[in-house]
Structures are given as C-alpha cells and as structure tokens.
Design a protein around this ligand. Sequence first.
Ligand SMILES: [Zn+2]
Length: 717
Amino acid sequence: MSKLLDALTERNLVTYEQIKDARIKQVGAKKSISELLVDMDFVQEEDLARVASDVFGLPVCNLSQEEIDPEAIKKLPFEKVKRYGVFPFRIEDGQLLLAMCDPQDFVALEDISAICGMGTRPVLAKKSDIESHIEKHYLLDDLTYDLIKNMTEDIKIEVVQKDSEKEIFQDEYFIGQKSPIVRLCNLIVSDAVKARASDIHIEPYEKIVEVRYRVDGYLKNIMKIPKRLHPPLAVRIKILTDLDIAETRKPQDGRSSILIEGRKVDLRVSTIPTFHGEKIVIRLLDQKKSRVELDSIGFESQNLEIFKEAINRPQGIILITGPTGSGKTSTLYAALNNIKNETKNIVTIEDPVEYLIQGVNQIQVNPVKNVTFSTGLKSILRQDPNVILVGEIRDKETADIAFRASLTGHLVFSTLHTNNALSTVVRLYDIGLEPYLVGSSVILIVAQRLVRLICKNCKKEYEPGEKENERFGAFIKRHDIKKLYRAEGCEHCNYMGFSGQTAIFEIMQIDAKVKNLISQKASQADLWEVVRQNGLQTLAEAGVQKIIDGLTTIEEIERVCQLSSEQTLTEASNQKKASKVPGSISRELHKQVNKKFRILIVDDEPDIREVLKMRLTVEGYTVLEAEDGSEGVKRTCQEKPDLVIMDIMMPVMNGIEATKKIRDNLEIAATPVVMLTAKATKEDELQGLDAGADDYLSKPFDEDKLLARIRMLLRRR
Ligand SMILES: [Zn+2]
C-alpha cells in the first residue's frame, strides 16, 4: 500500500474496508485510488491534500496561480489525464510537471512518462482544483468555460414523456447536471428557446464545431466550440431524445419533451453523418403554433376571403406549396382550426405530426409499421372523414387516392415542394396524374414564403436613394413605391433589425376556364395568361404590399422571391406577345432568352457533364462545370450561376451536402438546384428536396424534361 494510504488509515481518516471497496470500484472506473476515496465520500479532499502534504513534505500548489503552458497540455491526451486524475501544466528542465492528489502514484508516473517520452515531476494539488483545470483546458476552451462558469445558476433540463430511461452513464464525465457537457448542452438549448429560435444546428468542421440558430427563418452563427466537445455533446443530445448513442454512421431521428426551468419544450432531433462527424439539427416546436389563427398568418383581406371560401367547400383539393420552412404547416393548421367543429370529422396523416390540434385525429407516418401516406390515407377513407389532411404528396399512389377522394365528398388538404402555383400543376402531371383528374379536383393552389418583419422598436422610414434605385429601380418604379422602411437593430430584436415573421401568398383560383386549361394540359404560357387575367398576384407582388405597409424591407422580399425574376418573367411574356408565337415560346426565342443564363453542372462523371454541356450549349446557355460537391459550392459562391444541376453520389462532398451548403449560404441560397438522383427512390427524392433542391430528375434522365424544368426554374429569375 502506498505511503499516502498508510497515513490516511493511521490517522483514522479511512478504513481498510473502504480502501478495499475503492479498489473493487477501481477496476472499471479508470480512476486513481485516492480520487475514488474522495468520490465515494470516504475522505474529504481537504484532508487528503493536508495528509499528502505532511507525508511528502510538499506544499499544496494552487493551480489557478500557476502559469499554464499549452505545450504541456498537448503532451498528454484527455483519456490519460482522466484515467490518472492528473493535470500537466508546465515543462521545466525537460520534465513534465503534473498536478496530482497522490504524488507517489508510481504506476501513473511511469505510464505518463512513457507516453510523453520525458521525465515527470509530481506536484501536490487538490482534487477539485485538478478537475476544474482538466475541465477548462481539456473539455472546454476558455471562452466556453467562462460562459458556463458565469451562468449564475445552472439551467436544469429534465426529460419528460420519454419511452424508456436508457442507461446514460456511458461516460463518467457525464454524470449529473454539473458536468460541463451537460451544462453546455443545457445552455445551448435554453438560450435558443430564449432567442425564439426554431432550429439549432450543430455542425462539425475540421477543427471546430459551429453552433447556429435559425431565428425567423434566418440562420445565425451563435458560437464556435472546440472539436473535441463534439462527440460528448452529440451523445448528450442523443440521450435527451432517446437516440442510439453508439450509432454515428447512420442518420437518426428522435423527439422528446423537455422541461427547461419548468417550461415544456418539444424537441425533434435529427442527426446526419458528415465527413467531419455527425451534424445535428434540433427543432424546437412551439406549442402555440397548433392554435394559430387564419387572420394572423399574413393574408391580405381579399386573399383571406378567397381562402376562407375555398376551405369551407364540401369537397375538392387545396394545395399549399413552397420549400421547406415556408410556413405551409402553419397555414394548414390555421385552416383546420378555422373549419373544425363538432359536425366535421377531420383526420390527418402527417410526417411527422409536429403539433397536436385539439379536436382533430392525427396519424403519424411510420414506414416500419407500414403506415405510409398512401396506406394511411386508405384507412382514413374507411372511417368516413369530411376533411383530410395529407402531409405531403410525393408519389403517384398517394396523389391518386387523395385526388379521387376529393371528388367523392371529401375536402382534402395537402402540400407539395414546388416553387409557385403554376409549377405545381406541372409537378402533378409529372407525378403521373391524369390532367382531367387534376383539373376536376383542384379548387385552390397557394404558394407561400415567410418573410421577416421589421422590428417595430427600431423601425425607420426612408426614401429610396441611389443604392436602392440601382438595385431595384425598375421594381420600385413599376410598383410606385414612395417610402421604404428598415431597422438598425436594437436590444429588442437582438440587433437583427427583424423580429417575427409573416407569410406572403400567391393564390391561384381555379375557375371553369382554368379547370379546362388544366384538364387539356394547356401550355404553361397559356395557363399563365389566364390566371394573370383572373388576378393572380405573384409572391413578389404580395411582397410589395408588405413593403408599402412598412412590415418588411425590400431586401427581404428580394431574398425570398428574387425581384429580378419578376422582371424577367414580365419581359419574357412581353417578348412572347411581340413575337406573336401562339401557344408555346419558339425555339429561337428560347435561345435568345437563355443566352444570359449560366448553368453550373456538378457531376463527377465527365461523360455526363459532356452530354449535358452539349445539349445546354445548343439551347444557348453558358455552361460551367465542377467535378464534385465541394468544388460545386465553391464555384456557386464565386461565379453565382443562375442554376445548378447537381449529381448526388460524388466523391469528397455529395450532392445533398453541397445543396445544403448552398442553401445555408445566404449569398447563394436562392440559386435554383436541380438534383440528379441515381435511382428514383422516395428516400433519394425526399432527401434531395429536404436538402433544398428545387427539383429532381432520376437518371437516366429525359433531356427534354430536364430542359423544361430548367426553363421553368429560370423563368422565376
Ligand atoms: Zn429592434
């Protein structure tokens, strides 16, 4: 037995029995015996330090007064530091100075000496002092450490409604709410709730981990944390949401409810393995959203009337469209809240059920139990519903059932990932629906986007100046905009200048004439002309009203619906009139219009690039190329192409990751992306669209179809 243990027993501070207990525990604990004696409450750490000081004739050193050399820390990995309960803090005369509780722990000293390839010199220190230094220098960087240390009180997060309590003591430094990782995780989550964030992104890179919040639809960098914190942080988050902590190579999804300081917050977590580790996204679900009202989501009064009239019809299908995060769910829930009453049987099938609505039966898609949109929908129809909400139409089978149901006395709501009302019709044809079925069932198509509201607290009025006129001159003139508003940012809005969001809508009413055109699969140009005559307002035009009302900025509308696109659209339609081409736009005109567009092809196969390039060049486009996703993102940033064609399977960075990178970079986020999927599986499609692709085609692709899609997307630019 060591001198120190002898001295402790001699002074009756510990018993032999206790030392024996500690030794048994030591087998699995990977800790020194003296540390364990303190941990097991057999001896106070002050007593241990005092006795050790007596026995070895060494003073107890106060680490916070010592100069800490980062080179010394680099000498010893975290596992060893933790294993032996030591803290290397300086190198002197070729020896590594180690703060430890038991300077005669020869096993530790020898092992460490072998690892570092240098001599060691033990220095006596208190256990808590050593631990806090390990925490500060190994687990957290100074900034994160201070951040957590400065929290006046620890934020407590408890998990409620979890199916099973999993064994969470995977790593000893996790135990209890006091561990730095637990505190860091709690801080990130509670701060996000405070900032009204809808999502938390935790993204590992080569050397650091970036934590970002999405507030009002806008991603904001919050903090960078050291890379070494990523694995334990990921494990902590997985524990909170009941995910498999051992699985890091497959995507996972989970959800749970937690209590932050007594306030209930629902979380949905998804993890995706990336090259530098698992990317984690935590969605914070706000229960208030389940009670959202129709008049509060941004409809102008005329549109509200049109929408209300449609949702009160007994049958037909209403489609809400837009990319992920465009507020479709809120609109649908507001519609259901508006029409629900005791006489109506309302059933939904959703993936996932985000919010629970009182008085509505909600079914969760669950492929494992064979509940898909189509099977779920079939079961629902046997239960005599009046109103059905199908979370999303992704395939022909679901589309068929939904559209037929809407012809037989059911009001059906659903969503599609399309950019505007007109392209929704095209998508429905592409899915494989008969044009007559589309024409006879659809009663309303609503495309929407969310725009940020100017902070009321720091809002200022101004007249459009040179800068605005240069960028938006034509737009300002056309819509006769006299005054603009902006906000500088204040404490109230977190210095963002924006607070809260509202939706803008493009509503396509389906009257008899439009029904006919859709049923006959008329050209888009013809359809466009009629819906415009009927008073369809584009998203950009809807944005104008919000600008005039002083609710949002012109830049925000530009970000969301690319005002320059509107110009192109009008120009194209004027050109069409001028050239008097009946039906569709002639090929020559295409070439002329196409000339100014540059398309970036991102594909690792030179043959595919070559074939595409030839075809696109013939059509008049300028073609850029990139060999993999990472180069693709780079070229998109540098050259700002008008559209990107993206392969999925590529070395270095795949197409999904690259598309996300494009979407997450505000500068290029609006670039349309057409994804080429290797196989036409639902997962591929879905993954692509969720990553933010505007459209997808499966290989081998039909060139004419691809060109049509490209034209469609570019028309919006
Ligand atoms: Zn403000």
